[in-house]
Design a protein around this ligand. Structure first.
Ligand code: GDD
Length: 328
């Protein structure tokens, strides 16, 4: 029989992509899913998986629902991808962010230590943890101090440190993947790359005329979700528990993303982008470029998709979506 995996946060972009990867590898995959009022869309991303994922209603702030899964399934691998994952939204709901991204992770870890401490556990840590810190060479790596600038970043530093503490104190296989931004056709529509891709296609099709954006001068290191869930799995198969930065080692401004995306549909972004103060953050993380030398040299991971491939994947997705919606 294959290995058993539990994914907290299975309905997100990475939850969906990781579920597919694990199903393809013969895992028995179990995912926790939060109930929300649109029952038809809560598991939209999971609907066309090739293979079956078993879903369970629950919430990481509800310890009973975590216990039930870990006690009954006794998984070989646990992946925590659950989070309030939108940085700007975390300024609006800081308390909820801490409940989910810190207390929720404590709940998962406590349950893990009680029911399956011999198995392995992964935490989705984030480059947002670095905040304002950049090494002299212009990169962030595993040794860069964490100096977060958002409730989301602060919550992720807390969970990151919990995993490191458990690894030292309980000698458990508890690991962090410090992932830089990554996208795909499954990316949420309010993250900047997907927001731009969707609007560029809508403008091209005559559905809208403009897109409102905020700071175009921040820089992000943007990879592809499929490459990054492959990295998560490799980190979990390593012979020692450790933390790894996962990044492309390139950075692009939001302005460049807009320019490239609009160019892909034959438009000039300057004719359509409107700057709106509502999209600015109270404190901004201006620059991210990850040094992923450690995972490349230790585990042999490297990305297969370029930045351009990922932007094109999103543009093609919306072209396909609106073409079908219009004509079929
Ligand atoms: N979302 C959004 N919407 N961002 C905008 C907009 C806009 O209209 N206009 C400009 N931006 C800028 C933001 O100010 C930020 O500098 C950059 O675009 C990226 O914003 P997001 O796409 O929201 O992502 P993020 O970098 O804040 O966070 C993502 O990456 C983290 C890893 O560094 C998320 O995926 C996090 O969950 C992840 O941990």
């Amino acid at each position: 029989m294959g290995k058993k995996a539990v994914i907290f946060g299975c309905t997100g972009q990475d939850g969906r992509t990781l579920s597919q990867l694990l199903l393809d590898k013969g895992y028995d995959v179990h995912g926790m899913m939060r109930r929300h009022s649109f029952s038809s869309t809560q598991d939209t991303r999971l609907k066309d998986l090739n293979g079956e994922i078993k879903t369970y209603y629950g919430d990481v702030t509800d310890r009973f629902t975590i216990d039930k899964m870990l006690r009954e399934i006794k998984p070989d691998e646990v992946y925590n991808l659950s989070a309030l994952s939108h940085v700007k939204v975390s300024f609006d709901v800081p308390n909820f962010t801490m409940q989910t991204n810190c207390i929720g992770v404590f709940n998962i870890m406590d349950s893990f230590l009680e029911y399956c401490p011999e198995s392995k556990i992964y935490q989705a840590s984030s480059s947002e943890c670095f905040g304002l810190s950049v090494n002299d060479n212009g990169f962030q790596d595993e040794l860069t101090p964490m100096n977060p600038v958002s409730p989301y970043g602060i919550s992720k530093v807390c969970a990151y440190n919990l995993f490191r503490h458990v690894r030292r104190a309980f000698k458990c296989f508890a690991v962090n993947g410090i992932l830089f931004n990554h996208a795909s056709k499954w990316r949420g529509e309010n993250f900047v790359e997907q927001k731009i891709a969707k609007a560029a296609v809508q403008i091209k099709m005559g559905m809208i005329k403009t897109i409102d954006l905020g700071n175009l001068d921040s820089f992000r290191d943007i990879g592809n979700s499929r490459d990054y869930v492959r990295a998560m799995h490799m980190i979990m198969q390593h012979n020692v528990p450790d933390d790894f930065v996962v990044s492309t080692m390139e950075t692009h401004s939001i302005r460049e993303i807009a320019e490239l995306t609009f160019k892909m549909v034959g438009l000039n972004y300057e004719d359509h982008v409107v700057i709106d103060q509502k999209n600015f953050r109270k404190e901004e993380l201006p620059y991210l470029k990850g040094d992923s030398t450690k995972i490349r040299e230790t585990l042999g991971w490297k990305p297969e998709f370029t930045f351009e491939d990922t932007i094109k994947e999103m543009v093609d997705h919306w072209l396909d979506y609106y073409t079908k919606q219009k004509y079929f």
